[in-house]
Design a binder for this molecule. Sequence first.
Ligand code: SP5
Ligand code: ZN
Length: 352
Amino acid sequence: MRVVWSDLHRRHDPPEEVEAGERQPMREHPGRVEQILDALRADRGFELVLPAGSGRDPIDAVHDPAMVDYLEIAWHEWSAAAGRDLAIPDVFLHPRLHDGMDPPSEPQSPLGRLGYWCFETTTPMVEGTYAAARAAVDCAVTATQLVLDGGGRAFALCRPPGHHAAHAVFGGYCFLNNAAIAAQHASDAGAGRVAILDVDYHHGNGTQQIFYARRDVLYVSLHGDPARAYPYFTGHAGERGSGEGTGTTLNLPLPSGCDDTGFLAALERGLGAVVDHGAEILVVSLGLDTWRGDPLGDLALSTGGFADCGAAVRSLGLPTTVVLEGGYAVGALGQNVVAWLRGLDGRAPEHS
Ligand code: SP5
Ligand code: ZN
């Protein structure tokens, strides 16, 4: 299987994030990709390739171009105004702020502008953040193009991740929605009906929103129930899509402690929806933060469970692009990615 990666991810390396009101070391850091690369190389079953530059068009096809323009200059503008080099918003555009008044417009202040486009505090920007985010998109688009050209499967080793980035707002460690851009790229290339399967621990609010009213793109997500899990505001079972897209969003919220058996049962439901949709191509948002030792999650999947998940997705027989999302237990991240991808590749687990 081919793996598309870029070392430009290293340029996004903020030292800290603000989680639950505390500064702490950034969980979404370059070591994640280094660990995965080591495991992929050791396996010898993967061919590492670099991305082609895909330009702005596939990005502007899913995001507000004004947000992308902003991301390009955000760090420079904010850091100059704030006199600091780690850009984290301290004010946010809340939807009720303008109740009973004219709708908001983009603020003129650089300090206000960051909170207009970003929705939370765990998504700091540094000077190289935009370059890294663009390279992650290039990885996703290149991997999808490999799948469109040759069938089969490819893995986009994207960092920063993408599924929390919505049409016109970013957050959740995400700036540009790699998986949504991949899915739209496939659709624009004439691939037909597209399905996105999101197995990250967190609900992919951005991906859901981008395709919420679309009938041709199915979004299926397995995740920690938003009653207890970030991003809290989306991912309830009752969210099913809107307008002609009603029924092409499927949320499968999971209880704390959900193990391999419970997750695989929900995955079978999700795969059934992919089949019923008549999908001709699949994009997987692969988060490994469902692992039992992950510091951000509370599910209980094992490494062997990941192999079973990959094998279950393989059984669909669809051309498939797998896009990396979360996973923060860095010591186990490489083995977990390899297990999942070996399952997708139809290869036996490493130690059995
Ligand atoms: C791509 C991805 O996995 N993004 C996740 C972003 C989560 N950032 C905020 C997490 C805040 C929740 N804190 C719960 C702590 C549990 N120990
Ligand atoms: Zn996640």
